[in-house]
Design a protein around this ligand. Structure first.
Ligand code: NDP
Length: 284
């Protein structure tokens, strides 16, 4: 293996430490950052994610509220919860854990979160501000990817970045953030022709496909920075990325592991955004 590993756990610990220091400074000024997390239903993976977020809050000194609704909750009930949190000045960030049960319109719920409390960065105002290059809450996963790339010392400006995936939560915002850093960005998706060839020309390759081992060694440019967003549970019960790690690591300059890469950074960036929301709400 020639690639250096981008250690998501270590970077995430540093981001959380920064957040904790900011929380302490805010508390000294009478502001206690608080994140509210709403979970609808009993999805086991969502329960694990929510528990993780609550633990992260505790670690950073951020107050948290965990609101549980049954899987049978109506859209009106969920919207009423969001409205109550929106009106509560002691709550700075509101996160509704996705996916939601089928009877609830996800878009309507995200739209109901006030932009200034939308720490996931999914509301239309934040999406628009990101696009326009204005101050906003950057979605946690792509924001974490950028931090990881920066941690390698790579100057993103002028580099050819290829993003595989165009979802609203990862692919598109990752492309926008890379463009904002002056990369030349190519976005690939399921209809892309010559995908392997495009990837092989990438100085920075971000894989957000949702298919284990999708990125093979021949798709990696020697020396490239490879960011593997994928989380795929294999038949072996283990988590696998979208990148064939062993093969890609022979060629890449830097690579993120799965687990221990983008996942921990995503969680840490949520803490960063919550502190930012509290600071902005206090006008500090
Ligand atoms: P989506 O399913 O929403 O998007 C997948 C994207 O990959 C789509 O744009 C799709 O193209 C594209 N794609 C699928 N198959 C192919 C193919 N054969 N060739 C080219 N492109 C293809 O997934 P998400 O963006 O939500 O997530 C992607 C992965 O990242 C998942 O494994 C998810 O679990 C993981 N994830 C990890 C997070 C973390 O914290 N580490 C956070 C969020 C997600 P098209 O648009 O044409 O359908």
């Amino acid at each position: 293996m020639s690639a250096q590993i981008i250690d998501g756990k270590a970077l995430a610990a540093a981001v959380k430490q920064e957040a904790a220091a900011e929380v302490a400074a805010l508390k000294a000024q009478g502001v206690a950052p608080c994140l509210a997390v709403i979970l609808v239903g009993e999805d086991p993976a969502s329960q694990v994610y929510v528990r993780g977020k609550i633990n992260d809050c505790a670690e950073c000194g951020i107050l948290s509220r965990s609101i549980r609704l049954p899987a049978t909750a109506t859209q009106a009930e969920l919207l009423a919860q969001v409205a109550a949190l929106a009106a509560d000045d002691t709550v700075h960030g509101i996160l509704v854990q996705l996916p939601l049960p089928a009877q609830i319109d996800e878009r309507a719920v995200i739209d109901a979160i006030p932009p200034q409390k939308d720490v996931d960065g999914f509301s239309p105002v934040n999406v628009g501000r990101l696009q326009a290059g204005e101050p906003c809450f950057q979605p946690c996963t792509p924001a974490g990817c950028i931090r990881m790339i920066e941690s390698t010392g790579t100057n993103i400006a002028g580099k050819h970045a290829v993003v595989i995936g165009r979802s609203n939560i990862v692919g598109k915002p990752a492309a926008m953030l890379l463009l904002a850093q002056n990369a030349t960005v190519t976005v690939c998706h399921s209809k892309t022709q010559n995908l392997a060839q495009l990837c092989a020309g990438a100085d920075i390759l971000v894989a957000a496909v949702g298919r284990a081992g999708f990125v093979t060694g021949d798709m990696v440019k020697p020396g490239a920075v490879v960011i593997d967003v994928g989380i795929n549970r294999g038949a072996d019960g283990k988590l696998h990325g979208d990148v064939d790690f062993a093969a890609a690591a022979q060629k890449a300059g830097w690579i993120t592991p799965v687990p221990g890469g983008v996942g921990p950074m995503t969680r840490a960036m949520l803490m960063h955004n919550t502190v930012l929301a509290a600071r902005r709400a206090a006008g500090l």
